[in-house]
Design a protein around this ligand. Sequence first.
Ligand SMILES: [Zn+2]
Ligand SMILES: [Zn+2]
Length: 275
Amino acid sequence: MRKNKVYLYLYLYLYLYLYLYLIMPFFTADLHVHTVLSACAEPEMLPELILERAGELGLDLIAVTDHNSAENAAAMLHAAEDTAITVWPGMEVQTREEVHLLCLFDRLPQALAWQEVVYANLPPLKNRPSVFGQQVVLAEDGEPLSYNDRLLQTSTFLSVDEVATQVQGMGGLCIPAHVDRPVYSIIANLGFVPPELSLPGVEISPLITARDARARFPQLARYGLIANGDAHRLCEMLRRTTLKLAHRTVAELALALAGEGERGVWVDGMRSGPV
Ligand SMILES: [Zn+2]
Ligand SMILES: [Zn+2]
């Protein structure tokens, strides 16, 4: 009896080893997608159409990241329920230093709890739809529900430090967005990535290849790179990032960006972990 138990543990161990180190799956991802809640997004950025486009691109994983809000995350998650695509609820926060940070979570309640923090730190300004565009809130079934009349696409009172620390404390990941861009990026606005911050990696924009980013920003050598579409229209969604993960969780993404075990990140087919 005891011998059988030993064999069982041995088989389990062997299976785990094989899964983690030999047959860990690959996932293609675009982790920066805006919906109609972002004033600058096109009216076509609706859950069904985003998922259809993700399917055409062969994406396994997308993240919904509207400016300073996660109000359309429920609709995106709901629309993805009958598909093979995983949607991470998230947000693109604009800090008081005018730095854009992707905040990614596994579960909707985490994103909504984070949204409360962000909303409490938004200046009390009204959106001007004629200037900036409408901010359309969708019901869970994807139908237009209302307009958010606060100005969402503006700087919050939160610092880069505060966002990184609090998002991590809530079980999420904070990744500086489009670091190569001359505006709204951590490099452009702070001049560097503060090394004491818990940032698992950085995002490069569609304007630059991973190779050029490595050459242009040697200070980013300690960070793994991901590349996303930052899509405000369907044609801007991209399939540039491939992840080797044990599961589709943000914790696994952090491990992959750090190059832990057999996990890994590739951008445009090039290994893009820390160098
Ligand atoms: Zn941005
Ligand atoms: Zn964006």
